[in-house]
Write a protein that binds this ligand. Structure first.
Ligand code: COA
Length: 221
């Protein structure tokens, strides 16, 4: 059965999620929800139906109970998810896995997790909720991604790596086996992480070094 769904977000990441949903063919996307665009306009060929505050009325009007939060920034994705969970407890949060991605058995994917084309999840891995594996990223065997963490395109994580809550690993970075990236830490593009990183820092370079601290909701994209 094709289920009705709304996408929250209208950015480039929402475009990638929409393309994934079209490949899957499992959902009918009713429109986009975005606080920064006027309702009634078209984005990525879909109508913007309103902002997050309008969701309760939209739920009734469009008869849907599934939502995907297509916001690339991890802190904001969690914030909006938490708001909606409180206000609309009946909502369901599908796990979306691109048909070209490989998810080994056994692996656990939390609700609302999105896995984009050609990504890889190794056996014994645990993700989510609300995680994001971008195009061609890989979390190898027995890895863990805590809630709302993300791997940017082309990231490689060795076995048993742990990515803390809301932590973001940047474009093309590599994280060697057994390393932990602390909660709310951002790893810069192209970094090679050889040792565990503490929470709430920015680190980059080869090998990766901590360059400064960061606060959990600080924008990084
Ligand atoms: C690390 C990052 C978050 C920026 O951190 P920041 O502390 O705000 O850094 P700034 O942009 O102020 O740059 C500060 C310095 O760090 C350097 N720098 C920034 N990012 C770097 C990186 N990834 N590797 C090496 N050096 C980097 C800058 O060149 C600058 O150097 P300078 O002082 O000699 O001029 C960002 O550069 C980055 O890599 N983001 C990830 C992007 C990404 O993965 N996007 C995914 C889209 S799906």
């Amino acid at each position: 059965m094709v289920e009705r769904l709304l996408i929250v977000g209208a950015s480039g990441h929402a475009h990638a999620v929409l393309a994934l949903l079209r490949r899957l063919g499992t959902h009918r996307v009713m429109g986009l929800i975005d606080d920064t665009r006027p309702a009634g306009g078209l984005v990525h060929g879909l109508p913007v139906l309103g902002g997050v505050a309008d969701l309760p009325q939209l739920c009734a009007a469009y008869d849907f109970d599934q939502v995907v939060i297509a916001i690339g920034d991890n802190g904001r994705r969690q914030l909006i998810t938490d708001q909606l969970r409180r206000r609309l407890p009946q909502l369901r949060w599908p796990v979306l896995v691109d048909p070209t991605a490989v998810v080994a058995e056994p692996a656990r994917l939390g609700e609302g997790t999105v896995i984009l084309p050609l990504a890889h999840v190794g056996p014994g891995a645990r993700l989510g909720p609300g995680c994001l594996l971008n195009t061609r990223s890989s979390l190898d065997h027995d890895g863990q991604m805590e809630p709302f963490s993300s791997l940017a395109p082309g990231v490689h994580c060795g076995g048993l790596v742990q990515i803390g809550e809301r932590a973001a690993v940047g474009l093309g970075a590599s994280v060697v086996q057994h390393v932990r990236v602390g909660a709310d830490t951002v790893v810069g593009a192209g970094a090679v992480v050889l040792d565990s990183l503490p929470p709430q820092v920015v680190a980059h370079g080869v090998p990766a070094r901590v360059v400064r601290s960061r606060s959990p909701l600080e924008a990084y994209l």
